[in-house]
Design a protein. Sequence first.
Length: 441
Amino acid sequence: MDAKQFESIIKLKEARVAVFGLGYVGLPLAVEIAKSGFTTIGADIDPKKLELLSAGINPLSDMTLDQLFPRLVEKKIISFDSPENAAQKSDIKIICVPTPSRNKSPDLTHVRSVAKYIGKHVKRGDLIINESTVGPGMTRKILCSVLESESGLTAGTDFFVVASPERIDPGNPISLLDIPKVVGGITEESTRLAVLFYSSFIKKVVPVSSLDTAEMVKMLENSFRALNIGFANELAKFCDEVGIDIKEVIDAAATKPYGFMPHYPGIGVGGHCIPEDPYYLISTGEDVNKSFPLLQKSLETNESMPEYTLQILNKACQKLNLKPSETKVVVFGLAYKKDIKDIRLSPSLVFHNLVQNEGFDVKVYDEFFSPDEITEKNLQIFNPENDECHIAVVGCDHTHVRNFNFQKLKNLKFILDGKNILSYKHVPVVGIGARKLLPVT
């Protein structure tokens, strides 16, 4: 199939689309593609997940799918199958598999694995899109290499290849359809066909000149956040030394109508993007003997914040003569981000382990998790009605944590606000960056 023929089946929505990897990125994307009228196959290696999805059941309990999902399954507009079968049955193949960091180096095992499935069944004229996060040059170097090795075909000549990094933000109510889609192809024809495809259901598509450029956009977006949060954390440590409230400073600076974007310090940075993606850029830089010292330092600063928060806790305990073995600490909020239950690289959990290692009696409280889910993580459940709490630690800025009635806690001495979200309470509140709130009298 040539580019003109492929353009025709996209316009007529006769192209069969497969989405490989049905997590937070792939599953909602597959549903939106099906809603737009394309016959869609969701592919995953987890048979239990495929079974639930085939029955019209969402396996991701903390993510809401479009209400039309069961109807799309019933009408067979969307179906679910193994990667091998999905590769055979599709014309457009979209890769949405995880790319975690291992020892601060990118692990592309899942990308290589799905590329092998696709490579065995890729046809001349197929369009392969990589939405998984990789460093600049990796779609070409890794994905295309495996595809060519498995198929005997040539990327850009026999089949089309595009990089279009995902921009999913868990917990953010903005629709996937409203998030501009960056697209860069191995050839101009690859880019044009991907723009045509995504434009059929996403409001704005942003074409760029190459695979590498599209990959670099993702690196810039998340490294920008890591750098600025790192700087905010450095400022917070300075403000602690000189007695300036960092939150007051940032909030005042944010009133400037141009040239400033607020980033806030805290107990740490978690999730699957900001703590990990910049290491893909650093790793790629090493291949060309280019370092990123500012970025590296910011990441180290962010990673130091759970330990720094522990230092704040210990200093406050010393002033009150609270001994770890006799002190009960409760961490409020387990997730890495507000109002979700995603605990990937959660700084709250890192902090929990540090406090436990210091000898404190530590329990956790998070209304997003059931008691069984908490105990399965080998954590102790806090019961506000019965259990004693000497120190309450805000580990995540969930709405229910912000609104929690701390006054009902038994023998509460102070609150350590690791997110700087609380206002005046009935006991002292100690934050990060010289944020100290005394009780209202």
